[in-house]
Design a binder for this molecule. Sequence first.
Ligand code: 5GP
Ligand code: MG
Length: 176
Amino acid sequence: MKVLFSEEQIRKRVEEVAQEIDSVFPHEPPIIVGVLNGAFIFTADLVRSMRSFVEIDFIRASSYGYFAETSGKVKITKDMEKSVLGRDVVVVEDILDSGITLNFIKGWLQKKQPRSLRFCVLLDKKALRKEPFVAEHVCFSIDDGFVVGYGLDYGERYRNLSNIQLLVGEENAKCS
Ligand code: 5GP
Ligand code: MG
């Protein structure tokens, strides 16, 4: 395992992105839609760094299997509770990779007719796009490689690491 982003680096960058989003919505606060499970820590930190009184909801999407390979098919396995009709929505996702998951979520949410729809991702793997997708807010861009920690798992493991690490082989990591 190799540390890509430390706890401190993440904290600083998440604060900057939170301010970025705040400045887009100076009047009416948006609904923040976190994508479970990977974005649960990111969403929690992001909203705590925001100054707007946001509303928060979650969806769950599955595209990957239990381990690292993608199945290429996306399913929404948990819907939102709130209506987004006529509201400003910011989707918070862990990783933008092939673009398949976020394109699916985008189409799915657009049918619910929000006033605006933006995407905020912790990590952007630009080089690996299979479908075009641009997220309005990106914390870090990274190259290829499987990452874990800060909410991200490998077979449900490593989510509770405080930093973001590159998984090399299937080593054991100490959760700090
Ligand atoms: P996409 O549809 O963009 O290929 O898939 C993005 C999803 O795949 C992310 O939401 C994330 O759950 C998962 N994913 C992609 N790359 C990684 C990675 O490096 N580590 C982990 N833990 N999940 C990843
Ligand atoms: Mg995900």
